[in-house]
Design a binder for this molecule. Structure first.
Ligand code: APR
Length: 250
C-alpha cells in the first residue's frame, strides 16, 4: 500500500493519468461493462460499428444523440477536478483517456489525448473532416455541403485508431515517471496495452479501480476504491485548495 508521501507531487515531473469509463461513473454516466454497463443492454454490433451505421444510420444516431444528451447533462466529478489541479501544479502532466465525454476538458484539463475520439466531434467526407459539434440532438444528420452521412468522430469497434492521439499517448507514457490508471477494465486493445510502456520504463504505476482487472499485475500499487475518494486521499491538499477556490465567491 502506498503512503501519501509516496505520491507527493514534488517527486514527479511527468505524470500520466490513464482513464476510462469508471472515472465518469461517479458523474452518473454508465460504464460499458459490469453492472449497468452499456454493452449489457445494447449490442455494439447494432450501435457502435461502421457496419451498423451503414445499415441503419438513423438508429445509430438516435443512440448517440441520447449519449450526447446524458454526457452533456452531467458535471465533472471531484476526480476530474483533482486531475486538472494536478496538471496545473505539475506542468508535465498529461491525460490519456478512453472516454469520449469531454469531462476532463470541462474540469479544466488540457493536453488530453482522446484515444477513442469525442462524442462532441462529428465528421463527414468534407475537409476538414472532423469538426466540433455540440448540438443535442444533432441538427442535420447528413452534411448540407457534401450530402454524406455525418458520423460521430469516435473510434467504434472495428475502426482503426486515430493516429494523432495514439502517438501522443505513446510519447507521454513512454517518458512518464508516474502513471495512474483510473476506472478502466483493461480489456479493450490496443488502448489497454499502453500502460505497459510505463511499466517497462520503470515508472511508478498505480491502478485505481474498485475491482481487480486482467492487467492489475502490471501495477505495483493497487487502490481498490472509487476514483474521487482515492484521488482525494492521495492529495488532500488539492481538494482543500479546490474547495476554498470554489467557495471564494460565496
Ligand atoms: N471509480 C473507479 N473505477 C470504477 C468506478 C469508480 N467509481 N466504477 C467502476 N469502475 C471501474 C470498473 O470496475 C471497471 O473496471 O471502471 C471500469 C469500467 O470498465 P469499462 O466499462 O470496460 O470501461 P473502459 O475500460 O473505459 O472501456 C474501454 O470499451 O467499448 C469501449 O470504447 C469503449 O472506451 C471504451 C472501452
Amino acid at each position: 500500500m502506498t503512503t501519501h508521501e509516496d505520491l507527493a507531487l514534488h517527486r514527479f515531473r511527468r505524470i500520466v493519468f490513464f482513464t476510462g469509463a469508471g472515472l465518469s461513473a461517479e458523474c452518473g454516466l454508465p460504464t460499458y461493462r459490469g453492472k449497468g454497463g452499456i454493452w449489457g443492454s445494447y449490442d455494439w454490433q447494432d450501435y457502435a460499428c461502421q457496419r451498423a451505421f451503414d445499415r441503419d444510420p438513423e438508429k445509430v444516431w438516435e443512440f448517440h444523440d441520447e449519449r450526447r444528451r446524458r454526457m452533456g447533462a452531467v458535471e465533472p466529478s471531484q476526480a476530474h477536478r483533482i486531475i486538472a489541479e494536478v496538471q496545473r501544479r505539475v506542468a508535465g502532466t498529461k491525460i490519456v483517456t478512453q472516454n469520449i465525454d469531454g469531462l476532463h476538458q470541462r474540469a479544466g484539463a488540457t493536453d488530453v489525448s482522446e484515444l477513442h475520439g469525442s462524442v462532441w466531434r462529428i465528421r463527414c467526407d468534407c475537409p476538414p473532416r472532423a469538426v466540433e459539434n455540440r448540438e443535442v440532438p444533432i441538427g442535420a444528420r447528413r452534411c448540407p455541403a457534401c450530402g454524406t452521412w455525418r458520423r460521430p468522430d469516435i473510434v467504434w469497434f472495428e475502426d482503426p485508431m486515430q493516429p494523432a492521439p495514439i502517438e501522443a499517448a505513446i510519447a507521454a507514457i513512454s517518458e512518464c515517471d508516474l502513471l495512474i490508471s483510473i476506472g478502466t477494465s483493461g480489456v479493450v486493445f490496443p488502448a489497454a496495452d499502453l500502460p505497459r510502456l510505463a511499466v517497462q520504463r520503470g515508472a511508478l504505476c498505480v491502478e485505481v479501480n474498485p475491482e481487480e482487472t486482467p492487467v492489475s499485475d502490471w501495477y505495483s500499487v493497487h487502490v481498490r476504491g472509487p476514483a474521487s475518494a482515492s484521488l482525494a486521499g492521495f492529495w488532500p491538499e488539492l481538494d482543500a485548495a479546490r474547495e476554498s477556490a470554489a467557495g471564494a465567491g460565496d
